[in-house]
Design a protein around this ligand. Structure first.
Ligand code: HEM
Length: 184
């Protein structure tokens, strides 16, 4: 995956656990330095090794770590100069979720080797919808849960995300998303 993802993992570990813990994660990953280049596409094995090392060092399981990184992602990418892409993709949680393919199509112009995930929205009702997620990578469902939770913080709503398996038109992960304004 792109180095930008590695930098998000680094930012999460450093901000929550400090620089010394991040050094231990790099040692455990067998990585000589943390000089990940955001625009460089690394083999997925490198990303998985880093996630595995972070989980081993912090004593959390992989789904928990992915969800936490997902929660931090929107703030992280905004700090890295991609906030305008989020701004242009929606002013509310449902609007942004509807525009995720358009958002990644724009990101694809900046990151040409992106293995773009696919999203679609169905079953829209007031305060709820179903988000469908198509990926060539397995096991990233908890990342999507965290991403939706991070977006909810951005839009000042509370959210409840329930993952389920959807079989049509082909097997993929789906998420029932329910939201409500944060109580004043
Ligand atoms: C400006 C904001 C964003 C940027 C710059 C961005 C960028 C990226 C990048 C660089 C990747 C790595 C793909 C690769 O290396 O092949 C990625 C993957 C991914 N992104 Fe985004 N993204 C953004 C917003 C979002 C949001 C809001 C979601 C919410 C669901 C999201 C969901 C995902 C998922 C699930 C993946 C994993 C890819 C896979 O399934 O293979 N992204 N994104």
């Amino acid at each position: 995956m792109y180095g930008l993802i590695h930098m998000a993992i680094e930012s999460y570990v450093r901000s929550r656990h400090g620089d010394a813990v991040w050094s231990r994660v790099l040692d455990a990953a067998g990585s000589p330095s943390s000089a990940f280049v955001s625009m460089e596409a690394y083999p997925d094995e490198v990303t998985l090794k880093l996630v595995g090392a972070a989980c081993g060092t912090l004593g959390v399981d992989v789904p928990t770590a992915l969800r936490e990184v997902g929660k931090c992602w929107t703030v992280f990418v905004a700090e890295k100069g991609y906030g305008h892409l989020l701004d242009a993709s929606g002013n509310t949680l449902p609007e942004l979720l509807r525009n995720l393919d358009q958002l990644h199509a724009r990101i694809n112009l900046i990151f040409p080797d992106l293995r773009t995930p696919g999203f679609s929205v169905t079953d829209e009702r007031p305060g709820e919808l179903v988000l469908h997620y198509y990926s060539e990578r397995a096991g990233l469902g908890p990342l999507v849960v965290g991403l939706i939770e991070g977006l909810a913080t951005r839009f000042n709503v509370t959210v409840d995300v329930t993952p389920f398996d959807c079989e049509t038109p082909k097997p993929h992960a789906a998420f029932k998303v329910r939201w409500a304004p944060v109580a004043a």
